[in-house]
Every structure is written in C-alpha cells, then in structure tokens.
Design a protein around this ligand. Structure first.
Ligand code: MSP
Length: 649
C-alpha cells in the first residue's frame, strides 16, 4: 500500500486584502504535496477558510450585509487566487460548511461530557483582530502581545477548556518527539515561555458573538473561533461524522504548516485538544517565517512603508504563476523571515528562469530543429564531459529529495538549477555550433543534443512540484508524458526519433529599471483612484462600534408648538412631545420650514445630548435632518406612523 501523506495549511480569514505573504504557506504546501504525489504517495492536501467570529460579524454589520453575504465573495476570490497559482488542494474546507459545523458541535459535546469543557466566568482582555484572549500580565504595554493593537476588557459567562490538565503530557510529548515542532528555534519559545510557565484553562465560548457554531448544550454560546478553526484539520476528514473513513486513512497529519505568529495555537492548544479527544497528535507542526517589507511583516492593514507590488492577482498577470511560485519557493530562506522586493523578484526571474533555464531549453530545441529537423537524434557513446553531465542529472533527485524531506524548497530548487548550470556549461564545453559545421562530427553533434535534451527532460520532471506550467510545456515539447512521475528519472528516457517542438521563450526577460518604474506608476494611479471615491463619499469619520453608536438615544417626537427665535434668521424654537414628556428644542432650520409648517410634524430627536442655551433659549435635544449637498435641510421622520416616544435605532 502506498505511503500516505496528509498535509495542511492554516485556514484563511476572509479578509480580501490578499497579498503575496498570504500565498507563502499554501504555495509551499502545494509544492510539498505535489512532490509527495510524484513519489507515488497517497497525498491529501487540505486548505480552506476560517469564517466565523467577531471580526467577520463586525465587518459584515459595518457593510450592512449578512456575514454569509460578506464572506461568500471573499471565499471565491481566495479560490481564484489558488487557481491562478496552480494550488491543487484535495479539499477546500469552509468553517461554515454544514459537515464542519455539526462535527464541531459533536466535539464540544464530547469534551463537555468528559469534563474538559466546563462552565465558569471569563474576565480578561480581547484582541479582536487576532481573535485572542489575554490576561493582564500577558499584555505588552497594555496592548496585544501578538499584533500590538488595542485590546478591550471583557467579562462574561463562558465555557472553559481544561488546558492546565494537559501541560505535563504536552511537555512529555515535546521531550519524546523533538521533531514535533520545527524549526527548533520555535520550540524554546513555546516550551519556556508558555509550557514551563504553566498553562491556564481558557475560554472557548462566547455569548457576545452570534456568528459562530452554537454549542449544543447551551445555545446562547458560540464556539470560540480558534477552536472552531483548529478542528477543521480533522472535521475535513469526517472526524465526528458517520463516515470517518478519510480520517481513518489520513490522520494523524504528517505535516501541518503554519506561519510563526500562529505557532502557539498549533503547538499547545491544538495538541491539548487532540489529547482531550484521545486522538493521536500530528507528526510535525512547522512554523515558517514571514515575508517582510522594510523589515516589517507584509500586511495590507499595516500599510507597509515602501510601495511594492504585493497583489497576487496582479503579480500573476504580469509575470505568470511559475514566476510567483518560483520566487516564493526559492528566495526566502526556509524557516526564517525574508525581505520582499520587486527588484529581487525580477532579478530572480531574469537570472534563473529567463537566462539559465529559458536559454538551455531554447538553445537545445533550436539546435535540434536546425540540425535534425526537429527529430531527436539517438544517444551516442559517452565521451568528454558527458559522464559528468549525466551524473549531475541522475544524481539530482536524491539531493532534491533530501532537501524536500527537510522541507527546504530553496535548497531543492538550488539543486535542480545546479543541473541547469551544468548543462549550460556542457554547451560551452562541447560547442555544438562548431560540431554542426563539420559533417564528420554529425554523430557527435547528435549525441550532445540527445544528452542536452535528456537533461532538460529530467530537469522538467524535477521541476514539476515547483514550476507547474513550464515543466508541463517542456515535457510536452519533447513529446514526453506530462503526467510522468519520479520513476522516469533515469537517464535515457527520451526515445530517439521523437518529435521536438521549438517552444516560444518560456520566461520573458525584464528590463528591471523600466519594469519597476512601470509598477510604481501603476501603483500610484491605483492609490489615486482609490482615494477619490473615499473622499467623495465623505467617509472621513473614523469607524465606530455598534456599542458606540448605541450611546446616542434617539426618539420619535411630535412638534406641538413652534416659533422663530427672536433676532435670528436661522433658528426655530420647537416644543416637542416625546411620549409623556415635553421638551424645548432649538434647531437651525428657519430657512427651510415656517413655524406653521412645523406644528404636527413627527421628527427624530437626539434626547441624551447635554442641554445648551442658544440665543437665550434652552435646547434639550436635537432634531435629525438630512442635507442635500448644497446646504439644504430636510427633517428626518419615520416612514410609517409611529407614536411619539418610540425609539429610533
Ligand atoms: N485564520 C487563521 C488561521 C487558523 S488555522 C486553524 C489565520 N489566517 S490568516 O489569513 O491570517 O493567515 C493565513 C496564513 O498566511 C498564515 O499561515 C499566516 O502566517 C500566513 N501569512 C500572512 N501574512 C504573511 C506574511 N507576510 N508572510 C508569510 N506568511 C504570512 O491566521
């Protein structure tokens, strides 16, 4: 039976502000999944979206749509992004999927019945963007220790997870399985800062968040979004459902790849939950580094200082999926942070893809077209540097495999490109253009071109997990099976006489300066276009929460008397009945309404403004008006009859 390989990415918040940093985890996982498939393993690759929680609920409310209406198009965008980048997952799970929701409920029920989830009261600090709770001592300068943003104090009835109980078992697991959390640098942080310091039970339900999975034993509560999210790794396989055959086949995961900022959730909370469920732990959690701009984590919300092209859709449109994948997989030292710049991106594409690989392919194919009418000549006897080239091509696989076993895609690609360089050197050594001039050397010319073609084929097979498009195009142009796996890697796979097509250049070569200037112009034009509608729609005021809005008390009133304020051409003095109460209100509407017109009108009054005296007249409220853009005012009144005293909200 084939070895199995279950690999997961974190599930993404539907933020919509997708940037190239977001693509990092998933492109690496895709390359690993493809690599293991080519090894003939039974691979399951999972990704998806993390859609519940306060952040989504609030954003939907702000936009005046339901949370589902808000997330749906963002999920489609994310799927488009993966399609553009050739990310070939086996399941895309949404935490709003019915099977996930039901499984989360069954899991909570199980933990509640076993006593690992229990009711208590929560008091602490909450960071909404990170969806994380913190104790006072964990805050840094009163702010969230993860993102540095404001936190809010919260107190409420909540269900807790008995995390404290699992600290000893977790420590033991870390000691027995040094491979569990990688790279090593992350282990110290987790073990010393968190595990050894002792773990506290923590709140795993909310009553204030409606957009979440309702707990089956207490429907006022919804599941804490992080627990809901972490469980996706097993619910996606049918854990907690009637059909858990995928779970039986694939769990535990061989690899769960995450960014370093979410290692704490994955290396402490996640294994503790699995222990509480009596399920095996994943073999490895890998916490990779970040793409940085100007030394800071690339992130749209933080608006990194230097303008760079970070939009994945635009990057793929300009440079192609292979170039974006190549940059991510080759350039960032694995496990560490890496600075992202458009300049380095273009240099990489030019040097490795357009020059080294592109030239090798086009020179080989051009010479076969010119000298052998596009038909591959036969393999000759080995001489000169042939042995060295063949050894490089045949020996690459083991080196690539060792690098990929260490999850090191940059090293794996460096090994493949070492073969490309060796082949380019072979062209210089064998000078096929001189051989072509001498009819006596035709056989040798054929042998040289065969060796080059075969090296290119092996390179293309090795590149399949990384450059999905170019590898397929190259194999096809040599009439070789595009679906071929790593079992075809021994030298001599190409059949003499097969058709060799001449491909158009695989990668364009960029004039780096010109391209950077074009990108800068495009970004400037885009930001100008984005600024305009903002200013025009008057979205100048900062966002407020529903709680802040709720501080204003608005009521329906009826104007029972009205007169002009003496010596003022702007002000009217209204007497307004609001339920059982009568108030004096002064409004600046004398230019738009006569006192006679006002009497009998139903109006909306802000009733909890501090009273003021205007031109000697007491004003105990404010009438709401709409302005038409030219300074003309119209009173706001209920669209259907409402008794005075009715609340406006
Ligand atoms: N929803 C949570 C994960 C829940 S998993 C049970 C989340 N989502 S996220 O959308 O914020 O991030 C998704 C992935 O993108 C994470 O692995 C994160 O580390 C990665 N990246 C986001 N910005 C990044 C960079 N600038 N650089 C590299 N990866 C980063 O976290």
């Amino acid at each position: 039976m084939a070895k199995k390989f279950y690999i997961t990415t974190p599930i993404y918040y539907p933020s919509g502000n997708w940037h190239i940093g977001h693509c990092y985890t998933t492109v690496i996982c895709d390359a690993l999944a493809r690599f293991h498939k080519l090894l003939g393993e039974d691979v399951f690759f999972l990704t998806g979206t993390d859609e519940h929680g306060q952040k989504v609920e609030k954003e939907a409310l702000r936009r005046g749509v339901t949370p589902m209406e808000f997330v749906d198009p963002l999920v489609s965008e994310l799927k488009d992004m993966w399609r553009l980048l050739d990310v070939g997952y086996d399941r895309f799970i949404r935490t709003t999927d019915e099977d996930h929701v039901q499984a989360v409920q069954r899991i909570y029920q199980k933990l509640y019945e076993s006593g690992d989830v229990y009711k208590s009261e929560y008091e602490g600090y909450y960071c909404t963007p990170c969806e994380s709770f913190w104790t006072e001592s964990q805050l840094v300068g009163g702010k969230c220790p993860d993102c540095g943003r404001e936190v809010t104090r919260q107190k409420e009835e909540s269900y807790f997870f008995r995390l404290s109980k699992y600290a000893p078992a977790l420590l033991e697991h870390y000691e027995k399985h040094p491979e569990f959390l990688q790279p090593k640098s992350r282990v110290n942080e987790m073990v010393n800062n968190f595990l050894k310091a002792g773990l506290n039970d923590f709140s795993v339900s909310r009553t204030t968040v409606k957009w979440g999975v309702p707990l089956p034993f207490d429907r006022k509560h919804t599941a804490y979004v992080w627990i809901d999210a972490l469980l996706n790794y097993i619910t996606a396989l049918g854990y907690g459902s009637e059909n858990d055959s995928l779970y039986q086949t694939y769990w535990p995961a061989e690899l769960q790849m995450v960014g370093k900022e979410i290692v704490r959730f994955h290396s402490i909370i996640w294994p503790a939950i699995l222990m509480a469920l009596g399920e095996p732990l994943p073999q490895q959690i890998y916490g990779h580094g970040w793409l940085l701009i100007g030394g800071e984590k690339l992130s749209k919300s933080k608006e990194n200082a230097r303008p760079e092209l970070t939009d994945p859709y635009e990057l793929v449109k300009r440079y192609g999926a292979d170039a974006v994948r190549y940059y991510l997989l080759r350039e960032i030292p694995f496990g560490s942070d890496g600075e992202y710049t458009g300049e380095r991106f273009l240099q990489r594409v030019n040097a490795d893809l357009a020059n080294d690989l592109g030239n090798l392919v086009s020179r080989t194919q051009a010479m076969i077209a010119q000298n052998f009418d596009g038909k591959l000549p036969p393999r000759g006897k080995e001489e000169g540097p042939d042995g060295e080239l063949i050894a490089a091509a045949e020996g690459a696989f083991e080196k690539v495999r060792a690098a990929m076993d260490a999850l090191n895609a940059p090293d794996a690609l460096a090994e493949i490109f070492a073969v490309v360089s060796r082949a380019n050197k072979y062209i210089d050594e064998t000078t096929p253009w001189l051989l072509a001039k001498d009819p006596a050397k035709r056989e040798r010319l054929g042998a040289v071109l065969y060796n080059l073609a075969e090296t290119v084929r092996i390179v293309a097979i090795l590149l399949k997990p990384f450059l999905t498009r170019a590898s397929a195009a190259i194999l096809k142009s040599f009439s070789f099976d595009e679906g071929a796996g790593f079992h075809t890697l021994s030298f001599g796979g190409l059949r003499a006489g097969c058709r060799v097509e001449k491909l158009p250049p695989l990668f364009p070569r960029f004039d780096v300066k010109k391209e950077l200037a074009a990108v800068a112009d495009m970004l400037a034009a885009k930001s100008k276009a984005e600024e305009k509608p903002k200013a025009e729609s008057g979205q100048g005021k900062p966002l407020i929460s529903i709680e802040e809005f709720g501080k204003a008390e608005l009521k329906v009133g009826e104007v029972i008397a009205c007169e002009r304020v003496p010596k003022s051409d702007k002000l009217l003095h209204e007497t307004v009945r609001i339920g059982g109460e009568v108030r004096s209100v002064v409004s600046g509407i004398a230019k738009f309404y006569t006192p006679e017109e006002m009497v009998g009108k139903k109006v909306v009054v802000v009733t909890n403004l501090k009273p003021v005296t205007l031109r000697g007249v007491l004003s105990e409220g404010m009438l709401l008006c709409a302005e038409d853009g030219q300074g003309n005012l119209a009173l706001v009144s209920p669209e259907r009859p409402v008794e005075s005293g009715g609340t406006v909200r």
